[in-house]
Ligand binder design. Structure first.
Ligand code: SF4
Length: 244
């Protein structure tokens, strides 16, 4: 297996300068050429996840797609995942927490109410890190966009993740309009709950927690962990402190 610290040897500043002038397909093609089968895509099968999935399989049809099933997802998300997997022929790798949802609830109670950071660390961060290690990933793609929230506004296209791996955000510069027209032009669907006002979609262990509808005009990510000083689950932070 290749060194997990691969990104340490890359000049991220130079890469980012270059990638700011490249389109999403060019960035993905560079990664496929550089990392081959050690390249993966992380997907939450959220509101507009079909865009990154479609772009990635256009470049590398057999790319490994890592997704988490925390046990607290909407049934619509699981159906959306399976539908897209069929349509796009996805090479899906589904990872789950060590403890199934029922056992987690029995042992820890409703941790998402009291300590959502710890809940995400257990149910998202650990299985995601395990996936990257087990699959020997050296670089992964994600669909983060700068328009999604204030905390993603300055997201670099090339980053190091918490394991020192290269993380790429090929559609970081895309606007909501860009996403909309790409889906339309390629006959791709939004997540079925988006029409109901869920603009960013993750777990919903119980109504009102972790994923709620977004008020008109607010950031799409404002519907995540409403009422908490938390905007990410740890998959998109280096220290794991705070989300797919
Ligand atoms: S999103 Fe909510 S239920 Fe899911 S892991 Fe994080 S805190 Fe727990």
């Amino acid at each position: 297996m290749n060194s997990p610290a691969i990104a340490q040897n890359l000049d991220l500043t130079a890469l980012n300068t270059e990638f700011e002038h490249r389109d999403a397909l060019e960035i993905i093609a560079w990664a496929a050429e550089e990392f081959g089968d050690d390249l993966a895509l992380s997907s939450s099968f959220g509101a507009d996840s079909a865009v990154m999935l479609h772009l990635a399989v256009r470049v590398k049809p057999d790319i490994r797609v890592i997704t988490l099933d925390t046990g607290f997802l909407f049934p619509e998300t699981l159906a959306f995942r399976d539908d897209l997997a069929r349509r796009l022929g996805l090479n899906l790798h589904i990872y789950r927490p060590v403890m199934p949802a029922d056992a987690f609830l029995a042992e820890h109670g409703r941790m998402w109410r009291s300590n959502p950071d710890a809940c995400c660390a257990f149910n998202k961060r650990e299985p995601f890190d395990r996936a990257k290690r087990e699959l020997g990933i050296r670089c992964w793609l994600t669909g983060i966009r700068r328009e999604q929230s204030a905390t993603r506004k300055h997201a670099a296209i090339a980053q190091r993740d918490n394991l020192g791996l290269l993380k790429l955000c090929p559609i970081a510069r895309w606007t909501t309009k860009d996403v909309h027209y790409y889906l339309l032009e390629n006959d791709l669907p939004y997540h079925p709950l988006r029409d109901q006002g869920f603009l960013s979609i993750g777990c919903q262990p119980e109504p009102g927690y972790c994923t709620v509808k977004v008020k008109p005009g607010d950031d799409p990510r404002s519907g995540r962990w409403a009422g908490f000083d938390k905007t990410e689950c740890g998959l998109h932070t280096q220290d794991g402190g705070s989300g797919i």
